[in-house]
Design a protein around this ligand. Structure first.
Ligand code: ZN
Length: 411
């Protein structure tokens, strides 16, 4: 999928603006000898930007307009190291709301819907993005934020909310709670818009069946507006990405070259009209692929597959490259398992070891099941993990993103 002439012109304008603003990123481009871009070939030679660059620009080094034009900042979760601050102009906030409105529209949500918003409000972009889009659409937003399950369920019932917005782990937690309390008949939900955390088909099925709702995956990241830059339509053939706002590439994370459409690689995004903090060729480290061909919905917006993981999640164990997604696909072959699992990598007695924790109910022979899973991993990926089977409910669930892969080798 080549960059088109309109997008190319927009990138060229962004480069000129960045260099003229002399912000952190503009200086980087200038140092790299970039003065503009006039062809697809030249575009592919532009340097990548990455999270480390953005950290170095802390706190406001990314600002590409005079400060009086900035109306808000957001920050990506600084779980490791310095946080990243993204400044937004009025237009950036409006553009983001418009993209989010389009997401809701693609999911068939209308102004008659009542949208229950559980992602957090504050520095990160989640809650407020869902809120802005709902208001722009004209729907009724119910700004719950995360936590307090009793109150969530009470509002869901009393406000008759029709759309749930959440991370997949929180949606799962709510679904399990609704099931446990036997209150499904009082819930009016029809649709769920779920944040783009990597999630398997099994979790999806469980949330969808237990809540009786249609699910939509929404994509985005704080560095590029926030959630809302793409969503799947009702045909569920991948997430349409709004390429009138962001240009999408998929690259080989090792070589940096574009991969052919249909092949998996790392998502790289370029903002086309962003003012506050434009980014060129930003490496997201999210793994996906462009889905070739046309969607039955007729939309011309390109599609990407569900996020398959993070390029930095790739685990090298006993000389084999493994993605958590591969393990997840194997676990999905065992209907007796729950959707939760945890992978721990450690270095024991001079050897790398993978332990896989899975959950099942008490009717299954734990040892036999563990053995069958280990054999399947060996035959499909090429090494034998240690598999531990535990009772359903033992593995952690969280309101934010559940950490499923823990590498203890570098602790
Ligand atoms: Zn479509």
């Amino acid at each position: 999928m080549e960059i088109n002439s309109v997008q190319l012109e927009q990138v060229n304008n962004q480069i000129h603006r960045l260099i003229a603003s002399d912000n952190f990123y503009g200086r980087k481009l200038k140092e790299a000898g970039v003065t503009g871009v006039s062809s697809a070939e030249e575009f592919k030679k532009l340097p990548f930007s990455n999270k480390q660059d953005l950290r170095e620009a802390y706190p406001l080094g990314l600002m590409a307009v005079p400060e009086e034009e900035i109306v808000r900042i957001h920050s990506s979760s600084g779980t490791t190291g310095t946080p990243v601050i993204i400044p937004y102009t009025k237009k950036d906030v409006d553009d983001w709301a418009e993209m989010f409105r389009r997401c809701y529209e693609f999911a068939g949500i209308t102004k008659k819907d009542r949208i229950h918003i559980t992602p957090g409000y504050g520095l990160w972009t989640a809650g407020i993005g869902f809120q802005l889009g709902a208001e722009k659409l004209g729907a009724m937003a119910v700004p719950m934020g995360p936590g307090n399950t009793n109150k969530q369920l009470q509002f869901m019932i009393d406000m008759k909310t029709t759309v749930l917005t959440a991370t997949s782990s929180y949606a799962l937690l709510l679904a399990e709670e609704i099931e446990k309390r036997g209150i499904k008949d009082q819930i009016c939900l029809k649709k769920g818009v779920i944040g783009s955390e990597r999630w398997g088909e099994k979790i999806r099925q469980r949330i969808s069946t237990e809540l009786g709702i249609e699910l939509y995956d929404i994509y985005g990241l704080t560095e590029i507006y926030g959630p809302g830059i793409g969503i799947n339509c009702k045909y569920d053939t991948g997430m349409h990405i709004w390429d009138d706002y962001v240009y999408l590439e998929i690259i080989d994370p090792e070589t940096g070259e574009n991969v052919p459409d249909g092949e998996f690689g790392e998502i790289v995004l370029t903002t086309l009209v962003k003012e506050g903090a434009p980014l060129i060729r930003y490496r997201t480290h999210d793994l996906s692929r462009i889905i070739p061909g046309e969607c039955p919905c007729g939309s011309r917006f390109p599609r990407i597959d569900v996020i398959a993981g993070r390029s930095d999640d790739m685990i090298k164990i006993k000389g084999v490259n493994v993605f958590p997604k591969q393990i997840e696909e194997i676990l999905a072959l065992f209907p007796e398992l729950s959707s939760e699992y945890q992978i721990r990598i450690s270095h024991l007695e001079g050897k790398d070891t993978m332990r896989i924790y899975v959950e099942t109910n008490g009717t299954v022979d734990f040892l036999d099941l563990a053995k069958r899973i280990a054999t399947e991993v060996k035959s499909r990926i090429g090494f034998t993990p240690l598999v531990k089977v535990v009772e359903i409910g033992v593995l952690p669930r969280s309101e934010k993103k559940t950490k499923r892969v823990i590498d203890e080798r570098y602790d």
